[in-house]
Ligand binder design. Structure first.
Ligand code: TXA
Ligand code: MG
Length: 334
């Protein structure tokens, strides 16, 4: 059931979380499937609903930095800088976990992922939860495991059914999941690129951001598991192929009138003499990384819903601001 996010609906959702139920939650990145982070039985239902293996840890969403100490045993100075610079916002920090807290959510890790979302509905819900003794909310993206993340309330309902209480907070602004920085290994390590770029992270904390496969010598601890970092993820039903704009045109021309059930997401609409015909469904790819990220998952979902069997995507430039979009596209195509 989709509820417009009024004050009453937010209060109802907070009660539902306190009572151990799941809630579909809008955030500025993608919609989440939320449960009380310290209620292991409630969190277990998230894994069932998503079909997600129980050893894949979830991100805990908090109202502000004030709740961090309830979940994290220790916060390195560079992580404090990152919170000050980017919270509330689309940045998740992996920190050493307080022992015995949010065990199911952490999926067996001794660390915890924390994020303070900026979406006004997420903020309002997290604040409404505090007086009820719900100190944080575990929420993975509200999609079936391995599928495309939802960026509208209707997407969540189509993934998880109409029994779920879903707060409608409109379309997500950012459109791809938060940037994840592992802060447990002595230096910031980029686990998942997102809207906040590695350059912005480096500028805010004055440290070089390492890659997750950086040599062990640079890092104290082995890398944690992260499902968003699996090679194949964010997959629509149609087969996704990444190509240059020139390749798309060549292949369209080669197919000519034989093109059938083909989706194309590229920056320039092909002309009819470039092979654009009735069998081709073309959608405009934005030329800015922010807009393309915003559109990405709904484009994949939309083309899927229209029954295309292949989606040809123009590969965006290999520049820092496009890292998050390229990452999701490469996984969708894997
Ligand atoms: O933008 C987002 O982060 C969205 C919204 C709903 O907030 N959430 C999201 O959650 O993307 P999910 O579960 O789809 O992705 C969480 C990622 C996974 O790759 C998971 O493995 C990683 O965070 N993660 C969570 N806790 C971790 C931990 N303790 N150590 C390592 N990775 C962790
Ligand atoms: Mg996800």
């Amino acid at each position: 059931m989709i509820l417009s996010a009024s004050e009453t609906a937010i209060a109802q959702a907070a009660q539902a979380l306190r009572d151990g139920q799941l809630v579909g939650l809008p955030t500025e990145t993608v919609y989440g499937l939320a449960a009380n982070a310290t209620d292991d039985a409630a969190v277990a239902q998230i894994f069932v609903a998503k079909g997600r293996p129980a050893d894949h840890p979830l991100i805990v969403h908090v109202a502000s930095v004030e709740q961090v100490a309830l979940f994290a045993a220790q916060v390195p100075e560079f992580a404090q800088c990152l919170m000050a610079a980017f919270w509330p916002g689309p940045l998740t920090l992996i920190l050493p976990r307080q022992s015995g807290v949010a065990t199911a959510s952490a999926g067996g890790q001794d660390s915890i992922g924390l994020r303070c979302p900026s979406h006004p509905v997420a903020q309002a819900l997290l604040l409404a939860c505090l007086p009820l003794g719900v100190w944080g909310v575990s929420a993975p993206s509200a999609n079936r495991f391995g599928r495309v993340s939802p960026t509208t309330a209707a997407h969540v309902q189509s993934e998880l059914g109409s029994d779920l209480l879903i707060l409608d907070g409109g379309e997500c602004d950012v459109g791809i999941e938060s940037t994840i920085i592992d802060c447990t290994r002595g230096e910031p390590v980029l686990l998942r690129p997102g809207h906040i770029t590695r350059g912005q992270i480096e500028a805010a904390c004055g440290r070089i951001v390492l890659d997750k496969d950086a040599p062990q010598a640079l890092l104290g601890q082995p890398a944690p598991r992260a499902s968003g970092t699996l090679e194949s993820h964010y997959a629509p039903r149609a087969k996704v192929r990444l190509m240059t704009a020139a390749d798309i045109l060549h292949k369209l021309q080669a197919l000519g009138p034989h093109a059938n059930n083909l989706g194309v997401w590229s920056a320039k609409r092909p002309a009819s003499d470039e092979g654009f015909g009735a069998g081709v469904l073309w959608l405009q790819q934005a030329t800015t990384a922010g807009q393309a990220a915003h559109d990405l998952f709904s484009v994949l979902r939309d083309l899927d819903a229209r029954g295309v069997t292949q989606i040809w995507v123009q590969l965006p430039p290999d520049t820092p601001e496009w890292e998050g979009v390229r990452d999701r596209l490469q996984r969708a195509a894997a």
